[in-house]
Design a protein around this ligand. Structure first.
Ligand code: MGD
Ligand code: MGD
Ligand code: SF4
Ligand code: MO
Length: 803
């Protein structure tokens, strides 16, 4: 039976490319759908989607372990779905009963790298309803900077939710982000913007992807991005290249900071009869302080009278206190990071720093995106703060061609945050050590999970429920991760394939592949047109074996756990209907037309200036009601209130004791052909990238006797792993770039696997550590690590087999 031209989308990565499918003999092919807002192109992974689903290694039946953990063979035994779900529910309920629901940790594969996006909110609902505050989904490695860290500056997720308006931007800034590999729909939209004359600035140690088309490619030393952002900010302030009206009116720049304690001056400091939550600015015309009510979001004097620079002696009811507008402190702080100072830190020439700052100003509106290059840093939060601040100066937030909150399709939230009470929420792992970090938002770090499992600190993590997620390979300290999983009393894993993480499981459940089940996508994010589309992916082929959709497994498990009343009586369709209800779109409509339904939504810009319910401008949802260039919240937690550069803790400059033995800096990047730790077993993909690679400068290679395609050993203070050398003369000679995620063999091509642990491993995260991590977010230093490289004279069987 053949069917052709079915509208669909590929959910295999964050791009969610619109596609057309032709189905024949149980196989299908996808091609781009130019009529779809993300459909201009498909990558090789999308084109191989059928091969991924039909691969021989797919998990087809529920299984249970019969050998003890740590045994070389888990002794998998096929069981029925009923037995698997009943046993899992029984074990989880018993553990929650004995040790509290918080002792059960949930995890999931990243929605940026898989079809789990179809089900993630429902998985979140399950753990909320079950009662655990602990969700381990790489927030500290992948989402923190784009989503949560920016809340401390903007009160909302920039650029995660406030997406770059690439259709209207005149200047596009990609910082530690390479959409040509990682998000095709962004790459094609950027290429279109460049064709109409927009300018591109790329900050990346590699000249990757669109960097070759950029007006400025700033080759930053890994992990020093905050120094670069501060220097650019300083140049913009000094030259007057900033949107003064926006900065004065909508950032906390004019608010006075007390020199005695670094806090905002409050109106109640001036006179005890004034409101304690009102801030104070300096009226430069009248030469006196003026109170600002953060809720009224306006001043009693014209905003352009408020001073941005200077020191003012303010008479308080306890005596005179010298105060400075926050902006004066920002300016001083950034000036100290002059382009020359920044050049010495970042290796980016001072002239390029100035030129890029000029382009940011002269080519407005500016839209930007940051991602992995900045997330896996021990200074991630401050790096993001520095870039958020730089961007605020352009005044482009929520302006056409800037970073915009495209109007979303109205839906009912289903992640069930309200189902978890405050007492349970407060038990999130890591919350005590890092109260501003991911745990505050319900996400825990890999390191906090491992510590709870191994050291019972602050309490013992006893069980894991994982929907995908190759935790051991994806977090640093893979060996510690394995010990942590082995120490658990129970692990339930849902996946399509076996991997080193689910090898530790007690029960394994088979999930359907992307095109074997329905998948609902509300909004395709990258533009208003994309965000207005709701599409239900129709199955193209039947489920293999006894595989079930993740969402069905969530609902089935919820029912077994006695939570059916929270899950619409265990009926997935009822759940979908509830979700869709405010949109006016029905499930029937979506089932009738696989191309989906588009709502006529229009973007509202500059929503911060719109009146809120009380009739005053909405402002930004931060403590000062404004974009926070100065953060009293950080000050209160002992962190710098101004965006600050901190040298990476794992660099030669921080660790001169290691510099001789490990003279190179190791960072990493994604592979075009695979998602994260997946897909090495798929012949069509592996044939294009048969081996793990390490990019290095030709001089660096020559000095070590390394030639192109030679096997090399990458050594860090934690040990060594291997990869093949790829020469790249665009790199700084002291920087090398690796890839994580290598272990799987490809039998079809007779290509070997690499042991995830021990000698001969190619698992980069075996020799990268989760600590020392970012003091605020717990982000791991996976991208600025001292290392040394040497040619492997004698490679083991694994490596030579195909050389
Ligand atoms: N093909 C493919 N697509 C994917 C994925 C995949 O594995 N493969 N994974 C998905 C996921 S989960 C994610 S999170 C996204 C990530 O998408 P991206 O963020 O684009 O991913 P990377 O290539 O890891 O990193 C981006 C760039 O950061 C640079 N970089 C490294 N260190 C630094 C640094 O210190 N500073 C700066 N400024 N840049 C640095 C790298 O050279 C790289 O070019 O991609 C998603 N899409
Ligand atoms: N050194 C280094 N480490 C990194 C990174 C890096 O760039 N460098 N990147 C980090 C980032 S950004 C991320 S997001 C993480 C990614 O880490 P993970 O999200 O764990 O990554 P994957 O390897 O893509 O997927 C893990 C498992 O999910 C399964 N899976 C795929 N699709 C589905 C599905 O639809 N349902 C179910 N149930 N399972 C599915 C796959 O078969 C696979 O076994 O890794 C992080 N680790
Ligand atoms: S970039 Fe490739 S894997 Fe990602 S959604 Fe598009 S076709 Fe699928
Ligand atoms: Mo990610």
């Amino acid at each position: 039976m053949a069917t052709s031209d079915i509208a669909t989308f590929c959910p295999l990565c964050v791009s969610r490319c619109g596609a057309r499918a032709d189905v024949s003999n149980g196989q299908f092919t996808l091609r781009p759908d130019p009529g779809h807002p993300t459909g201009r192109a498909l990558c090789i992974k999308g084109k191989s989607a059928s091969d991924i689903g039909s691969h021989d290694d797919r998990l087809l039946y529920p299984m249970r372990r019969t050998a003890p953990k740590g045994a070389s063979d888990p002794g998998w035994e096929r069981i029925s779905w009923d037995e698997a779900l009943d046993t899992a529910a029984e074990r989880l309920l018993a553990i929650a009963d004995e040790s509290g629901a918080e002792s059960v940790v949930f995890s999931a594969v990243s929605p940026s790298t898989s079809a789990i996006v179809d089900s993630l909110d429902w998985i979140d609902r399950l753990r909320h309803a079950f009662g655990t505050p602990n969700m381990c989904v790489y927030m500290e490695l992948c989402g923190w900077g784009r989503y949560l860290a920016s809340i401390y500056t903007y009160g909302d997720a920039v650029p995660g939710k406030y997406m770059p308006d690439l259709e209207r931007a005149e200047c596009i800034l990609f910082w530690g982000y390479n959409p040509s590999v990682s998000r095709l729909a962004h790459a094609t939209a950027t290429a279109a913007a460049l064709r109409r004359g927009a300018k591109l600035i790329v900050v990346d140690p590699r000249r990757a992807g669109l960097a070759s088309k950029a007006a400025h490619w700033l080759r930053v030393r890994p992990g020093t991005d905050a120094a670069l952002a501060l220097a650019m900010t300083g140049v913009m302030i000094d030259r007057g290249w900033f949107d003064e009206a926006f900065v004065r009116r909508w950032t906390n720049a004019p608010l006075l900071i007390r020199s005695d304690n670094g806090r905002f001056l409050r109106a109640s400091d001036l006179s005890s009869s004034e409101a304690g939550d009102h801030f104070v600015a300096w009226d430069g015309t009248a030469g006196q302080p003026v109170a600002l009510d953060p809720r009224a979001n306006d001043a009693s004097v014209p905003h352009d009278q408020l001073a941005l620079f200077g020191t003012f002696d303010v008479p308080t009811h306890l005596g005179t206190v010298p105060c400075r507008p926050a902006f004066d402190l920002v300016a001083e702080h950034c000036r100290a990071m002059s382009p020359t100072v920044a050049e010495a830190i970042t290796t980016v020439p001072a002239a390029q720093i100035e030129a890029a700052a000029r382009t940011l100003w002269e080519s407005r509106p500016v839209a930007y995106y940051t991602w992995s290059g900045l997330e896996m840093q021990d200074g991630a939060t401050q790096i993001i703060r520095a870039i958020n601040q730089l961007y605020a100066l352009t005044g482009c937030i929520d302006a056409p061609g800037g970073n915009v909150l495209f109007e979303p399709v109205p839906t009912n939230p289903v992640s069930g945050v309200e189902l978890l009470d405050d007492e349970q929420r407060a038990r999130a792992l890591g919350l005590d050590e890092r109260p501003l970090g991911p745990a505050r938002f319900g996400f825990i770090t890999g390191e906090d999970f491992y510590t709870a499992a191994l050291d019972a600190r602050p309490y013992r993590a006893r069980a894991l429920v994982g929907f995908g997620a190759n935790l051991l390979m994806a977090h640093g300290d893979s060996a510690r991760g394995r010990a942590a999983l082995r120490s658990l009393d129970f692990q339930l894993s849902v996946d399509l394939f076996m991997n080193p993480t689910i090898e530790q499981a007690d029960i394994v459940l088979p999930a359907t592949a992307a095109f074997e089940a329905e998948g609902l996508k509300v909004g395709f994010e990258i533009s208003q047109e994309a965000q207005s589309l709701v599409q239900l992916r129709h199955p193209l082929v039947p489920p293999r074996g006894e595989a079930r959709p993740d969402i069905q497994i969530v609902f089935d498990l919820a029912s077994r756990l006695g939570l059916a009343d929270r899950f619409f009586g265990g009926d997935v369709d009822a759940g979908y209907r509830h979700l869709l209800e405010p949109s006016g779109i029905t499930l029937e409509q979506l089932r009738a037309d696989p191309a989906g339904v588009r709502l006529p939504l229009e973007t509202r810009h500059r929503k911060y200036a719109e009146p809120n319910g009380s009739g005053v401008p909405a402002g930004f949802p931060t403590p000062t009601g404004r974009v926070e260039l100065y953060s009293e919240t950080f000050l209160e937690h002992g962190e710098p209130p101004l965006a600050t550069f901190v040298e990476p803790a794992t660099s030669q400059r921080s660790r001169p004791d290691l510099a001789d033995e490990f003279p190179l800096v190791l960072t990493c990047a994604k592979s075009l052909h695979f998602c994260e730790t997946q897909h090495r077993g798929i012949g069509t993909l592996r044939s294009r990238a048969p081996d793990p690679e390490l990019e290095l400068h030709p001089d660096t290679a020559a000095a070590r006797g390394v030639g192109p395609r030679d096997w090399v050993e990458i050594a860090t203070p934690m040990g060594a792993v291997r990869a093949r050398a790829v020469l790249n003369s665009n790199l700084d000679p002291s920087v090398v770039v690796g890839q994580h995620g290598w272990y799987e063999p490809c039998e079809e091509l007779d290509l070997p696997g690499h042991p995830p642990f021990g000698p001969g491993s190619a698992n980069l995260n075996l020799v990268l550590s989760q600590t020392p991590s970012d003091p605020i977010s717990g982000s791991s230093p996976l991208r600025a690590q001292v290392c040394e490289v040497q040619r492997l004279a004698e490679v083991g069987d694994v490596a030579v087999a195909h050389s």
